[in-house]
Ligand binder design. Sequence first.
Ligand SMILES: [Zn+2]
Length: 241
Amino acid sequence: MTAPAPPPPPAPDGPVWAGSLTTVRTAAPQVVLTFDDGPQPGGTDKILAALADTGSTATFFVLVSRARRFPSLLDEVVAAGHEIGLHGLDHVRLTTLPPEEVRQRTADARAELQDRIGGPVPWVRPPYGAQDRDTWAGLTHGGLTSVLWGIDQEDWRPDVDDDHRLAMALTGLAPGMIFQGHDGFAGPEDGAFDGPAPQLDRGALLRRVLAAYAEQGLVGRSLSQVLGDGGVQLREERFPV
Ligand SMILES: [Zn+2]
């Protein structure tokens, strides 16, 4: 009598590479700094000053709706040597849209952003990190890589203070982790209806975070810089909605 054959493994219901970049494997003492929802006067400029003072670089996931309103601030980000990624045409939750619309608005937004900065935009981060399989396919159709994060300092919450945000920025800290902060706060003019903006000095918070990282021997760098220094992309099939 033979033992029954084990059941076959479940068939994958999608391509195994259908992942988003969530961390970088690296031996270098670097954290990936990313900022969303700008450019915004009073936010982006303070972030830029804190980065400059600490010799850090970052990747900014930009809203095209804001790049149109604050083009000179976008120019400042580029001129300071930071990297530009696409956050969206605006801050609408893409999982509410048909896939073909996601594909078209992503292509349009990327083209406009590349025109504005005069360079390539290789990364995309959907608003709220909200993507399902169809959204992901639309986002990445033109060759963009979807980028999420491993550290969320919760600087989008109005109901917490900087001590909480600093603690969150240190949670799970390790070389190659992708830190998510914000240089702005998307509002109704960006298609977002998320309540009141948090009141904080984004530059002061970033200085505290970078000082705490420095105490652990870690520096902040843009995504492409960490990858260029030998980092390897690690992707997860993560579909938060
Ligand atoms: Zn956002």
